[in-house]
Design a protein around this ligand. Sequence first.
Ligand code: 5AD
Ligand code: SF4
Length: 468
Amino acid sequence: MSDSIKNPLYDAQQTAFAEKLKDMLLARHGKKPKAYIVTYGCQQNVSDSEKIKGMLHVCGYEFTDSPEDAQFILFNTCAVRGHAEDRVLGNVGAMKKHKKENPDIIIAICGCMAQQQVNADRFTKSYPYVDIIFGTQVTHRLPEFIYKRITSQKRIKELALDNEKIVENVPICRDGTFKAFVSVMYGCNNFCSYCIVPYVRGAERSRESKEIIKEVEELVAAGYKEIMLLGQNVNSYGLGLKEDINFARLLRRINEIDGDFRIRFMTSHPKDCTIELLETIRDCEKIERHLHLPFQSGSNRILKMMNRRYTRESYLSLIESAKEIIPDVTFTSDIIVGFPGETKPDFEETLSLIKQVEFLSLFTFIYSPRNGTPAAIMDDPVSREEKGEWFSRLLKLQEEIENKKREEYIGKTYRVLAEEISVKTGRLVGKSSNGIGVEFPANKNLIGEFCTVKIIGYENAFIGEIIR
Ligand code: 5AD
Ligand code: SF4
């Protein structure tokens, strides 16, 4: 973990709580306290956990990978599908005995699942050993919550979701030393009918461009090589800001920052993906030639029921425009199989769309009903088994497409950011400027560096050789 703690004075009140906690925690535990953080879900959660670690560091905590060593245990949760929730419930449940044996430790739950009233109530009632429950918009008040929990003996529950202004300059302990997340906006206004995110993350709020630029400048100056811009729908960046800006113009400004670094971003909503954005990607050498463009379903009937606000035809025409405008562009996507009321012919349309686009890779999900969303009360007659069969067909088709597409990439040369050593093969593993994962034999000193790599074959992964 890099120690890139920012100005700890992000909020005078919280800094005061943190200062008081430092001495109090030392006295309470008789040593420097340790924190154990578990993060579920998307990059936004990972990014939030980096801020949580930043605040804990200011409070005097060190970090550990083992819950047994920790005096503070936090679960940053995800509510996007049932599977993620079940894992959280299981892992929090396992803390019961630990807390009984160590009553001085503090257990906290935050993130999207905590934000839902039904889950927050469940944690309050059935998990009495959970000390602090807090929602997605009050994360910056963590020092206060810990302080109040220790001094008042009362459990803390804070779920305010008032979409107030964004708190800047929260200290950050970044997990990576050369790849960094930078949020450009928070929340979502889209209300896709299956999705819990707008309810648990609140309305869209964009950060002022000067704050984003400042953060990226600092990261680049500190040697970061990949900046991943985050937002539920980055393409609607700028909404509600006083300044006259949109995502494409923000990208152009970030691209102008001096230094050798790569810009990535996710997620793009197809309905807001403009030709201006595609031309910006073409024109800016630092932006990766890859679009993560979730289409969810290939059937117009289902897209309408999902409230996605684009059609199969407009999606395909966007893909065509991107292919024309951006040489060597690749696409990835998210797909939901078995949305309520989806029929076999609807599903076949998803398959045919996949064949037409030929995605680099796919993130595929079986529909999971989310309490409180419109889709959760729609008729859902197709059995789990049948959805499972559809899902397997989808995976098989995508595998065939990936096998076929492979030939296209062999022989090509890309700029690859070396990320890590593969434990299996001992080769360096990295990503090309258009999102292709490549393994290549090279010295581990090159981790965190850009290498020019020619793809020469495929053995469970693309294999390359360094040519410069
Ligand atoms: N069921 C299944 N998948 C979902 N996603 C979001 N909500 C659900 C749900 N209720 C998927 C979508 C989204 C991705 C992040 O998670 O494909 O793009
Ligand atoms: Fe959920 Fe749709 Fe918003 Fe994505 S755009 S976070 S799928 S509501």
